[in-house]
Every structure is written in C-alpha cells, then in structure tokens.
Design a protein around this ligand. Structure first.
Ligand code: AMP
Length: 599
C-alpha cells in the first residue's frame, strides 16, 4: 500500500505562477506537438531543394514519384519499401501493441494484470482515438472521411468517366479509393488527405500522451502543471485527478520493455513521417492529414480538461455556516465534561421540526445548513452516532429518499458521519439529507452545472484518491437486503482499514454496537456507499504557513469539499494541491490498494 506521506510530498510551485489555459496544451505538449509540422515543413522543403527528388518524375494521381527501381529518387520513395509495407500499412496495429504492452508491463499502470482505474481510463482513450482513426481511414457510416473529402472536392474514379460514356455507371459510383482501385479505376481529381501523415501523427501523439507523459510523471521528471476547469468555473491543477502519481518511481527514469517498444514505434513513425513529407503528396494534403490527426488528439486529450461535464469530480464549496456549527466533545477527553453537552436532537424546537418518520425517527431542519433545505433525520430516543446503524435507521433514510418529490431534479443525497475522523460533531444519531438541486446552485451558468451528479453515483467514484465501497440498491429493496448491503460495505471498510494498518485479517466486525472504524456512508435512490476514514482533513498551507485546517465529512461522497473560512477558500482556490493532499489522506489511499490481495 502506498504510504500517503510519500504521495503528498509534491513540491509546491509559487502560487503566483500564471496557469496554463485549460483549452491550450501545456508548454511541453505544445513543444512536442510542434515536432510534427516541423518535420513536414523540413521534408517538403527538402524535396523541393533536393536535385535528385526534383529530377524524378512525379505522378500526381498516385501521389508519388515513379515507382520503378531505377526511377524512384530513393528507397523510401517506393511504396513497396519494407517499412511502408510491414510497418505503416499496419500502423495502428503497431501503435496499439506498443500501448497495450506498456500499460500492462510498466509499474505506472498497476501491478500484474489488475484492471486498475488508470488502465481502464487509458483503454477508453485508446478506444476514442481508435474510433477517430477508423472514421477517418476505414469507415464513416459508409466511405471513410478521407474518401468522402476526396469526392466532395471533385474527385472520382477515372475509369468511371469512360465507362459512364459507354453507359456503365457502376464503377463511377465507387465511393472509396479501395473499391475504385480494385475495379481497375484511377482515383483522381480530388483533395487526397494524406492518410500516412494522419496515421503517423495520430499514433505518435497518442503514444506521447499514453506512454511519454506517464513515464516522465512517474519518474518525477514532469513538473509541469496541466490545468482543468472545475464545475465552479475555477481553473485548477489536474493533479487531483492524475492517474499516474507524480514521482512514484522516486527519480528512476525507467522506461521498461513497454516504454522502449513504444519509443521504437514512435521513432519509426517519425522517420516514416519524414519520408512521407519528402516523397509523397502535396504540401496541402500533408497539412490536412496533420490537421485531421490533431483534431482527434485535441478532442481526446484537451477538450475533457475544459468541459467540466466530461470530468470534474470535486466541487469546492464555501459554506460559512460550518464555522458556527457547535463542536462535539473532544473524542479523546480524558474525563467526562463538567456539564452534559447540549444535545440539539433531544428536544428540537418547533420552528425547526419538520415531521415524524416512523415511530423512531423524525426530521428537523439543520440550523447550520451547508446548502438551503439541508435537513436531518434523527432518532427520537438517544442512540449513539458511533454505533453500527440499525435496519430502522436505513429504512427511515430510504423512505425520505423515496418520498422526496423533486427526484427528477437529482433527488436527495443522504450522508452519515461516524467516528472521530468522519467529520461528525453530534453524538446523537442522525443522518443528513441534502437536495442535489441545491448542491448545483451556484454552478448555474456553468456548462457543467446541469450535468453535475453526486460522486457516489458516478463511475469515477473509483477514481477518487481514497477508497470507497459501493453497491447498487433498487428503490424496492427490502429492509433486510438494505441492511445486509450496508453491513457488507461496512465490513469491507473495516477490512480495508485493517489491511492499510498492516493488521492481520481478524474476526468479522460485529453487526451492532460501537463501530470499529470511522467512516462516512452515503445513500441515494440507487447507490449505497461506505468510505472508511483515517483523518478528518489536513492543514491548508499558503506561502509555507498553515492558514486553516480542512475538515471533510460525508459530503466528500457527493464530490463536494466544504470549506468554512475565507482563508481556506482562497488558499485552496489558489493552490488546489491542498485539496488533493487532503483527499489522499482522509481515507485509505486508492493508490496501491488492491482489495483482493490485501483483504
Ligand atoms: P455532524 O457534525 O455530522 O455530527 O452533524 C451534526 C449536524 O447537526 C450538523 O450539520 C449541524 O449543522 C447540525 N446541528 C447542530 N446543531 C443543531 C441544532 N441546534 N439544530 C439543528 N441542527 C443542528
């Protein structure tokens, strides 16, 4: 298991450093991507200046010089050169092979053949880039984009023209270069986007992002900040979400066999790009090949950084009411307090009381609401907050979720804080409820606001820096099944905490009485989540000085980090790495956690 301390040792850059706009690739990415146009310009200029190339006859229909052995200006000017036939023609296969080999063998991807979140996300990006390659070169609801472009710009099958004159239109209707050539025609007259340039640029840029940056980041050599737009519109460091923890390789620049393979494929790609630039296509066709590849790279790697609906796990919310919330007794108080602490849920004032829920629970408005309409489900008689929940508690919470009218607007998010590290303050048992629509307030006007959903219900709960266990619960789930699901999740959480502490697997945690661990539970209409907690939060540092202490409760399972003071708010907005650090330490760190192996 990763030592959380080692993941928080990220060196802090000055808060005054201007951030890179999220819609722009980072300076390093821009430098790397500039290599492609540079090679193309160099190759094109070389072909114009080289007497040998200029002297060789050029066939504009074939987009190549004469192919006969003596006539071609060089080995690489021939389409049948072995690199073209074996490598470029199967280019996407080589790229995919190098990518998969790296992802499955390099330590930055995870151990063994585990399906880690990093691998899953990389596979999704591979599918997206492959989809673009497929649309451009293979099939796009009929002819691929390259062939459609050719026909839109006036190109056609030349044999067709003759045969059309003879009354045979079948060849003339050929929509793809492959079909035309197979029918003995000449694909002529249109703008032929360079498929070679497209493939070689796309494949190389893909491997740069999937292999190059992760290796650099892992070895601690990539200090550059990639920025993302959060749902509240703020520009943040993407480190909170980075799949490859910075510096985990502790300075070792280890490519491994997978990295070396990818490097070889990238090197060959660039060499073949240069050969294409020198010997094939017009400069404009090479340019459109480059643009087509860049469109795919930008869509997959840059757009998700500034479209919050596509990403954005955490929202930072300023909630000054939290500062006024009464604190519970210190958990480690040696002697009992002189006066019995005030219990706000023993006799709720009529002005805050909402309704009874069954015989043992009631609803009360939260006097220190973090969002409007924040309310609380409390037990009528005193029950300890630190005890394992009973079936009746879960039933009452589920009844509230089911009865809430604005379910279409996101419904309710219920959460429970248990134990000293969970953010709890009141010892009288209570579950809190927040209307999801009210949590979206303040995100209005932002493109991600409408799409914002609580983290507990999102697939990327698995990508939070802390471990959380979830099960799907149907609206009609029975009381016994709901309680059983809660106990399963609670026990997994107990085992995770024990495994993190290096303790041997002991007895199953009892189903009642004092909870063995601190945890947060979240419940929505469809999901039940339990997140073991090891700390309430962490120091918020600004200019090397601690300016506040961040305390996170069950709202983290909504993907919300509540801050109570302006100092915290300002410090975290300026440098979101404070939040990143806290999220890594509040629970069992996700990095290195493998439930199957550890429990
Ligand atoms: P926790 O801090 O998780 O134990 O939750 C206690 C909740 O009770 C917090 O959300 C407080 O804002 C809320 N609370 C504290 N005092 C009162 C009160 N007098 N009336 C209603 N809610 C209260």
């Amino acid at each position: 298991m990763a030592d959380p301390a080692s993941t928080t040792s990220t060196p802090r850059s000055s808060a005054a450093t201007p951030r890179n706009p999220a819609w722009l690739p980072t300076p390093l990415e821009r430098l790397a991507l500039a290599l492609f146009p540079l090679i193309l310009v160099f190759g094109t200029v070389f072909s114009v200046l080289s007497p040998q190339t200029r002297a060789a006859p050029y066939d504009p229909v074939a987009q190549a010089h004469a192919q006969e052995p003596g006539a071609a200006p060089g080995y690489f000017a021939r389409k049948d050169n072995v690199f073209n036939v074996v490598f470029v023609k199967r280019g996407w296969g080589w790229t995919t092979l190098a990518f998969a080999f790296f992802l499955l063998t390099h330590p930055s991807g995870g151990s063994g053949l585990d399906l880690t979140a990093r691998r899953l996300r990389a596979a999704v990006r591979w599918a997206a880039v492959t989809g673009w390659w497929f649309l451009v070169t293979q099939w796009c609801f009929g002819a691929p984009i390259i062939d459609r472009g050719f026909r839109w710009t006036g190109g056609k099958c030349e044999v067709a023209a003759r045969e059309v004159a003879m009354g045979d239109t079948s060849v003339g209707e050929m929509l793809t270069a492959v079909a035309c050539k197979a029918a003995g025609g000449r694909w002529k007259g249109g703008h032929d986007i360079s498929g070679h340039v497209f493939l070689l640029v796309l494949g190389t840029a893909f491997l740069m992002h999937e292999v190059g940056w992760p290796v650099l980041r892992w070895s601690g050599g990539l200090r550059e900040e990639r920025c993302v737009v959060m749902p509240d519109g703020a520009l943040k460091s993407a480190n909170v979400e980075a799949e490859t923890p910075e510096g985990q390789g502790e300075g070792r620049f280890a490519l491994g066999a997978g990295g070396k393979t990818a490097l070889a494929v990238m090197g060959l790609n660039l060499w073949m790009l240069l050969m294409t630039a020198i010997y094939f296509h017009t400069w404009f066709e090479k340019l459109t090949g480059l643009v087509a590849a860049m469109v795919g790279v930008y869509a997959v790697y840059v757009v998700p950084r500034f479209v919050p609906a596509l990403r954005g796990i955490f929202q930072l919310r300023f909630s000054p009411a939290l500062a006024n919330k009464p604190k519970g007794p210190p958990p480690d108080a040696a002697s009992p307090p002189a006066r019995k602490p005030f219990d706000p849920f023993a006799h709720p004032p009529r002005s805050l009381f909402v309704a009874d829920v069954g015989p043992a629970h009631y609803l009360v408005l939260n006097k220190f609401a973090v969002v409007p309409e924040h309310f609380i489900l409390a037990t009528r008689a005193f029950r300890p907050q630190t005890h394992v929940l009973e079936a009746a508690d879960l039933d009452a919470a589920r009844a509230c979720l089911g009865a809430y009218e604005a379910a279409d607007d996101g419904g309710l998010f219920a959460f429970f804080n248990c134990g000293e590290h969970s953010g709890a303050s009141q010892p009288h048992r209570h579950i809190q409820l927040l209307p999801v629509a009210r949590m979206r307030d303040g995100l209005d006007g932002d493109s991600g606001a409408a799409a914002w959903r609580v983290l507990a219900e999102r697939a990327d709960l698995d990508e939070a820096p802390f471990v959380a266990f979830s099960e799907t619960i149907g609206v009609g789930i029975s009381s016994a099944d709901l309680h059983a699901a809660y106990l399963r999740l609670y026990r997994r959480a107990c085992r995770a905490v024990a495994a993190h502490a290096g303790a041997p697997a002991g007895e199953e945690a009892p189903a009642e009485g004092e909870s063995q661990i601190s945890y947060n539970m979240a419940m929505t209409r469809s999901t039940l989540v339990v997140c073991p907690r090891l700390a309430e939060g962490g120091a918020v540092v600004k200019g090397g000085k601690e300016v506040a202490r961040l305390a996170l409760n069950g709202t983290v399972l909504a993907g919300t980090a509540l801050v109570k003071s302006e100092a915290e708010w300002e410090a975290l907005r300026e440098d979101p790495r404070g939040l990143e650090d806290a999220l890594r330490t509040i629970g069992v760190p996700r990095e290195g956690f493998n439930e199957g192996m550890k429990l």
